[in-house]
Design a protein around this ligand. Sequence first.
Ligand code: ADP
Ligand code: MG
Length: 512
Amino acid sequence: MSVRPRASASPLFTPHRTDRRTNRRAKAEFTAAQAKARHATRPETRHTVTGPDPELQPTYPAAGRPGPASARGGRLKLPAHRMTTAVASGAYPFLAEGGLGAQGIYVGQDVHAEASFCYDPFALYGRLEGFTNPNILLAGIIGMGKSALAKSLALRATAFGYKVYVPCDPKGEWTVVARELGGQTIALGPGLPGRLNPLDAPEKPYGISDEDWTTEVRKRRLLLLGSLAKTVLRRELHPMEHTALDIALDQVVAYTQQTGTTPLLGDVAFVLGSPQHLDAATGESSGRLGRAAEDLAHALRRMIHGDLGGMFDAPSTVRFDPSAPMLSIDLSRLGGTGDDTGLVLAMTCASAWMEAAISDPTAGRRWVIYDEAWRVMRHVALLERMQSQWKLSRGLGIANVMVIHRLSDLLTAGEAGSRGRALAEGLLTDCSTRIIYRQEADQLASAATLLGLTGVETQAVAALTKGRGLWKVAGRSFITQHLLHPAERTLFDTDARMHAKDREFEYFEEGS
Ligand SMILES: Nc1ncnc2c1ncn2[C@@H]1O[C@H](COP(=O)(O)OP(=O)(O)O)[C@@H](O)[C@H]1O
Ligand SMILES: [Mg+2]
């Protein structure tokens, strides 16, 4: 029986006189080969990553947000509705945020609008409704890229002429950044050569009278001594103790003015520890002031002979260079034992020294970054100092950045209603920008309450990936992917290997 050649659109050659089965098989093989060839030449569209960084995954799968709110189940059937385009533009519900404008530091991508996201707290001030201060709170679990974001903001801010100060760097990870930018780093710790005298008098700003300035410097020194004593004693000071501090400081200052030296903590502790000096100054001889000052003298002793001995009781080994783009204080050799009091005392001294140097209102705009600030949140005296800095931020042109892990870190400062708690919550209120990186599931509720997050925002926070955060800027919300330049990536890498290399470098420098 002859087989009729079939007319086919396929270019397959089927020889005459083959049976039907052979014919079918040849055809099937050809189709399979054709499909294979097609597959081989086609680029793998479905598996490629569209983001610039293969490690960064999208927040939502391509099918959209999971759950009924995605409206992608095909079950949403609405009657057709006609309107003019003018009305439609107002009525269309699925709109993305317009962004904060192009002014400022490039941060990365606004995930919903797929536009560039730029941010500058100084540029937004006065332009955005409800944006009352330039301070930033940055919260998120470990390893999500909080420090990387803070470092990027700092590094990119220097391009705008802003200066950056890092008074709290308990991991010592800002040293490389400061070095790369041509800035200064002061490493403090037992056995290190760095010394800071927290009683250093800052340069007198232009246009302030000598008398006003002397009063201001005295006030700051008293505030610092009070903070140190409160941190060690873990209580408020009594009125007599305030008087004793007052008198001791005045005596030391009078003496150093005669000798042309700078006052040191050790001098103050010496006067506090010698009742005859205190009594002589008040004209009393009952010895009451001397007795009242005993606790203070012992509290300050820790800064002189204790674990922090030497570090803050000698003339500063570094001069503050106001033209340096970045200054960081490496506190990584302190507080490793689990007791953070040493770290807090060091940070109090370091920040007082730095504040003295940066309090000049004519010095331009500056960023002050407290990395790993959660470690010091429990200490009320330090919170007080931070709060006064926060309040001054607008007048001095300073944007403070506080980096913590979870929002409940703010609640560790004390019981509800206590002064510590009020101070911590005040700091939160004084941050017009809150950047929330991923939070643990058990933290979501407290984050939502403290920040007033909506249900959708709370869900989004739980699903955030590395470098991606919910930015709440004065009531407006953005999900932003922070993008790192390859050079920044190498510089900000905080993994163990990189860290080990840095340490070697530092020890080498010190030894040489
Ligand atoms: N946006 C980002 N893109 C790519 N890598 C990032 C990004 N943010 C952070 N990383 C990397 O993730 C690691 C951890 O980041 P880090 O900032 O130290 O986290 P955290 O301070 O939150 O603990 C770093 O090695 C950093 O280089
Ligand atoms: Mg970090």
